[in-house]
Every structure is written in C-alpha cells, then in structure tokens.
Design a protein around this ligand. Structure first.
Ligand code: LRH
Ligand code: MN
Ligand code: MN
Length: 389
C-alpha cells in the first residue's frame, strides 16, 4: 500500500457525526419497550448523554432534535446547556406521525385544513431552528397509501409540492430542507416519498436550499446505496445521511454492524467526491434507537464504526485505482479497493485520538468514567424516545 495511514487519516480530524436525541431515551419495538436505568427525563439530559459520546470520541459535536419530543420552554437555555457540555444543536426533525389528523396524510392530505396544520408545524420547527442556531430542517413524511385507489397518487404529489413550497418560503437564507425518503412504512402500497428520485424532484422544484437525506435503512434489499450517494453528490443534492443498519426492514440498529463493507463503499464515494470536509454540505447523522443494548456505549460504537469505514476509504490508493480503471484491469481495480477495506485501522485511529488528547479506547474510557452509575442513581422515571409512546 502506497498510502501512508497517518497522513490519510488526518482528514478525520474535522469529521463529526451528528447524534439523534432519541437514541438516548427508552425505545423498543411495536411489541415491547425495555426500560433502562438512568435514561434521560428531558431534552437537557439527552444532550448531556450525547455529550458523553463526544467527550470520549471527539467526533460527535452536534445533537439532532425532534419536535415535539424535544420541545422546551426556553431554547436559549438548551443551547447554553449544550455549549456547556461542549456540543451544539444540529438538525431539527419535524413529526407528523403521531397525530390523529394525519391518519390519511399530512403535507399531502386532501383536506386543506390538515395540510395547513402540517405546514404550520414545519414553520414552528423553523422557529426552533432560529432559536437554536440550527441550519437543517429534516422532513421525514409518514404519508402514503395502503390500498390502490385509496387516493389519487398524482394529486398527492401536487399537494406535497405546494406544501413544501410554503415551507421553503419560510426558510431563512442560511437554512436548508433535508427531504427524507423511505420505501415503505407506515404505509405499504406506496409512500408519497418512497425513493431518492421523488425526493430529488421535489428538491429541484424547490430550489438550492432543498437537499435529499439518505437514510441507509430505507431501501429495498440489494439496493446499491453507494450508487445513490454518487449520483446525489454529482448534482450537489446530498444534504445528509441518516446512518443505521438494516437487515430486514427499517431496523435502526448500529450503523455498520451487519454490513461494514456497505458502509465502507458508501464512505468511499464520499471520499471520492471530497465530501468529508465540514463545509461539503453533507451532514453525517445517526438515526438509531437502542432497544436491548446500552445507549451511550451503542452510540460510541456507532461513531467508531463510521470512523473505521471512513478511515478505510481514506486508505484507498486513488492513483492506483484510477490507473487500473483506465487500463481496464478489472481485478486490479477491485483489489485496490479490497486492500483498503481489509486494512486494520484500529491502531492508527487510536494513535490519531491520542494525538488529539482523546482516549485511545473511547468505550473503555466511558466505562471507567462512572457516568452510567451516576445517571442510574440520579435519574428516576426516564422518558421514552418517542417510539410507541
Ligand atoms: C422512521 C424514521 C425516519 C426518521 C425518524 C425520525 O422511519 O426512522 O427514518 O428519520 O423516524
Ligand atoms: Mn431517518
Ligand atoms: Mn427510519
């Protein structure tokens, strides 16, 4: 390998992964929520827990909020608390999936009153962005149909476009919309934004402040996700990732746990496009819940998994890859990629951490900190993450 690991990994110094506030609350499946000791009772405590991940990894500088789960009276206080803890507020997620009125749709609903209510909720989220200094409004729409003929597919797209235009018009100049797609669930005949093409078409219609968010759990099995990454980067519309791991469905498990090679292939496209830079416009976020595993260690593991995949992508010998590709040497080109993937990057990453004054082993440092015992003793009656609430 002609790539020097220490040199290549320097690009990780400024690389941060945004954590979801909902990763720290109690969560479960539709069958059961398993409560854990010490879970946060309010958004302030969620931020404190997220800050632990940043403290030990140095790579999780922001926390996404979910409205209304994370509504507080005084967002100024929440921002100050985050700053005290060494983190900042990241994307603001809207929620149109827990209200009776949205049973048949929110931004797509046939009734203008319901659409207006859903638009107003997003305008409220934009106010939260102003109060928190957040740049990104993340919209995941639960809208869709369960039965053929249930509603007019095209009319729903027109209503969606109109609603999105109203939301877009409420943005400030520095704000962005991150428009998420999902192939299925909660509706199973069609979702109204089932795929990246639909999301992209709406973004192109809206304007430059609208970008696509790619949740790695939201595709059909065998979808080539890195292809989508490459394509969206090409047209400058990859706004963010929601990282998680899927095996069967929208599992929201630890990113890179089932298929670390897929995560490497995704990060390889990011490195190929020089999109690791903090100013690249790509927000690398986790969208995960931890039902049976400890939450803070699970988030630490997730951050390390993304770092490891990224480190391997940085080790790809780009010149050798390009030369093999140009020469049409199929196996040589593939081998360049596999050489990088098969490199053990754990020690160089520990060296990098040490050089930044961070613990070589963030998980061990967290275990040794006593934080888990402290919150278990102090917090009684922790809040649910929101799922199944
Ligand atoms: C539902 C979902 C989606 C959103 C999140 C808040 O699938 O997981 O990915 O981003 O809820
Ligand atoms: Mn998501
Ligand atoms: Mn999801």
């Amino acid at each position: 390998m002609t790539v020097d690991a220490q040199d290549a990994l320097q690009a990780l110094r400024g690389f941060g992964i945004e954590l979801p506030s909902w990763a720290f609350g109690n969560s479960g499946t539709r069958f059961k929520v398993f409560p854990q000791p010490g879970v946060p009772r309010d958004p302030f405590e969620k931020i404190s827990d997220a800050a632990q991940v940043n403290r030990h990894t140095g790579a999780a500088p922001r926390v996404s909020l979910h409205i209304p789960w994370d509504l507080v009276d005084d967002f100024g206080k929440l921002v100050a608390h985050a700053a005290d803890e060494g983190v900042a507020i990241g994307a603001i997620n809207s929620n149109t999936f827990q209200d009776e009125d949205y049973k048949l749709g929110s931004l797509t609903h046939a009734d203008p009153r319901v659409r207006a209510k859903a638009v107003a909720h997003h305008v409220q989220c934009i106010d939260v962005m102003r109060a928190t200094g957040s740049r990104d409004l993340k919209i995941w729409l639960p809208d869709g149909l369960n039965y053929a003929g249930q509603d007019d597919i095209r009319d729903r797209q027109e209503r969606l476009a109109d609603s999105l235009r109203e939301i877009y018009a409420a943005l400030d100049a520095e704000h962005r919309i991150l428009l998420e797609y999902k192939i299925f669930e909660p509706h199973f005949y069609t979702m109204d934004i089932p795929d990246w093409g639909t999301s992209l078409l709406h973004c192109l219609d809206l304007g430059p402040q609208a970008t696509v968010v790619l949740d790695t759990g939201h595709h059909a099995p065998s979808t080539n996700i890195e292809f989508i990454v490459a394509q969206l980067l090409r047209v400058g519309r990859l706004g963010a990732f929601d990282f998680n791991s899927r095996y069967y469905a929208d599992d929201d498990l630890i990113v890179g746990s089932a298929d670390p090679f897929q995560l490497f292939r995704i990060m390889n496209e990011i490195v190929r496009a020089d999109a690791l830079r903090p100013d690249s416009g790509v927000n690398f976020m986790l969208d995960q819940c931890h039902n049976i595993e400890e939450k803070i260690p699970a988030q630490i593991r997730s951050v390390l998994n993304v770092q490891e995949a990224t480190a391997k992508a940085l080790l790809v010998d780009r010149a050798a890859l390009r030369a093999a590709q140009q020469a049409g040497d199929v196996l040589a080109a593939h081998a360049v990629l596999m050489d990088a993937y098969n490199t053990d990057v754990r020690a160089p990453l520990a060296d990098l951490r040490e050089s930044q004054g961070l613990p070589r082993d963030p998980a061990a440092a967290y275990r040794a900190s006593g934080y888990a015992a402290k919150i278990a003793a102090e917090r009684v009656g922790g809040a649910q993450a929101g799922w199944g609430a």
